[in-house]
Design a binder for this molecule. Structure first.
Ligand code: UDP
Length: 241
């Protein structure tokens, strides 16, 4: 099992992208269910107020350092993670691996039509990829049993869930035992990016730890949510005192 570092009471795996992919392979061969979360500063701040989310993250099988803020915090607190493992990049690595190894993948979430577009992109990008089911993320409580039965029947090895934070983590924590998929991961806006509806920051901005700024400029409606970022920095600075 990987070692964890703790950022504001949330355990983050101190692993590289390569190790994360290897851990997922182990999860698939272990034949039991596993929950993967991708933590950024916003999610960690949300978990400070939301005990249910905090407890899900503490019990998750793998929480990767998704954001530059988390990488910075781990370094500042003296327990550095080796590198950023962005959720989008991890999902792409897993899709590539799935195409090579014949893993079955299910796409659940995003607005109607988006996951289907993401599926088309994924199949073109990773030849041989077997996507065994696609379903959008807008559903009523009455539809949940049917969705769960459909995912279970698909016998997926990897389930990517894009319902946004913290809905996707809570939905998975509640239903994972009924889904019978060895790997389930919350992927936020990944399908939107794959479908081309939302653009990811250029590489230089990602490398300069400025992806948050690009996201803010592209989706100004995120402004209120993103006020969590300076609060996160202050909390981390204070935590070290
Ligand atoms: N979404 C969904 N069902 C919902 C709420 C959101 O499928 O009830 C989708 C939404 O369409 C988008 C994704 O969840 O594709 C959330 O993307 P965002 O970039 O906001 O992710 P986060 O920052 O929360 O990880």
């Amino acid at each position: 099992m990987q070692s964890n570092v703790t950022v504001l009471d949330i355990p983050i795996a101190a692993i590289t992208m390569k190790q994360a992919v290897a851990a997922v392979e182990d999860f698939i061969t272990a034949k039991k269910t596993h929950l993967i979360a991708t933590a950024n500063a916003e999610m960690i701040m949300m978990a400070q107020q939301d005990g249910e989310l905090a407890s899900i993250l503490k019990q998750a099988d793998l929480v990767v350092p998704d954001g530059a803020g988390v990488v910075w915090a781990s370094r500042y607190l003296g327990h550095p993670v080796p590198e950023r493992v962005a959720g989008y990049d991890l999902s792409q690595q897993l899709l590539q691996q799935a195409a090579q190894k014949g893993y079955r993948v299910y796409f659940f979430g995003a607005a109607p039509g988006i996951a289907v577009q993401a599926q088309a992109v994924a199949v073109a990008r990773y030849p041989g990829l077997h996507i065994v089911g696609v379903r959008d993320g807008y559903f009523s409580v009455q539809e949940e049993d049917e969705i769960i039965a459909e995912i279970k029947a698909s016998q997926s090895d990897i389930l990517l869930v894009a319902l946004g934070v913290p809905k996707q983590e809570k939905w998975l924590a509640k239903n994972l035992h009924r889904l019978a998929t060895p790997v389930a991961m919350g992927v936020g806006g990944t399908f939107d990016v794959m479908a081309g509806v939302v653009e990811r920051a250029p590489l230089w901005m990602q490398q300069a730890s400025l992806e948050w700024l690009y996201r803010l400029l592209q989706q100004p409606q995120r402004f209120l949510r993103m006020l969590a970022l300076p609060q996160f920095v202050l909390r981390v600075l204070y935590a070290k005192k």
